[in-house]
Write a new protein. Structure first.
Length: 195
């Protein structure tokens, strides 16, 4: 486990873990978050209820990865192509209000600080990301160990057993269907030879 860092784990899992941490620790979601789209290139508001916390965690991860960033560069990163009907797609930047409120909330909790141009991650923010990365690495290692032990000893969960039985049934059905086809072909060939 020594030397594991943020880049050694899956970024999606890390961002989701940090978002859960934000929900538990009193980070607030603005009132407009239930209705707002994330940018002009989107047709609807996000489907996830906790999308704002995920975006905040993603912004923190981007600051860790890229260094000092401003709202403009984050708007470009979170932007996307807009479907304009019969016209060509066009790239539009994401909404700035959401990113600004994310940065302000992170700054209020001491995870981000103002820099000369934009904002930079603080030591507290780096520590949070590193701790979550280590916990994810530990849980994935434990899951792999459990899976290997189950495979070695032949232990299989109820769901896995049902899936294997269904696959066997499908395989038998497929095999019997293939045998029937072969028999039909052979019968056709015999009839053709006789005629």
């Amino acid at each position: 486990m020594f030397g594991l860092g943020v880049f050694d784990v899956n970024a999606g899992k890390l961002i989701n873990e940090v978002a859960e941490e934000f929900k538990k620790n009193g980070f607030r979601q603005p009132e407009f978050a239930d209705f707002a789209k994330t940018g002009i290139s989107r047709e609807r508001a996000p489907q996830r209820r906790d999308w704002y916390f995920v975006r905040m965690a993603s912004v923190l991860y981007r600051l860790y990865r890229e260094g000092t960033l401003g709202t403009g560069s984050l708007r470009t990163y979170y932007g996307g192509r807009k479907n304009r009907g019969t016209k060509r797609h066009h790239f539009y930047r994401a909404g700035g209000k959401i990113i600004r409120t994310c940065l302000q909330e992170l700054e209020k909790h001491g995870l981000v600080k103002k820099a000369l141009k934009g904002r930079a991650i603080t030591g507290k923010g780096q520590k949070l990301l590193n701790e979550k990365a280590k916990s994810i690495a530990k849980t994935t290692a434990e899951e792999k160990e459990r899976k290997l032990l189950r495979e070695e000893k032949g232990f299989v969960s109820e769901e896995e057993r049902k899936v294997k039985e269904e696959l066997k049934k499908l395989g038998k059905q497929k095999a019997s269907a293939e045998k029937e086809k072969k028999l039909e072909k052979q019968e056709k060939k015999k009839k053709e030879k006789e005629a």
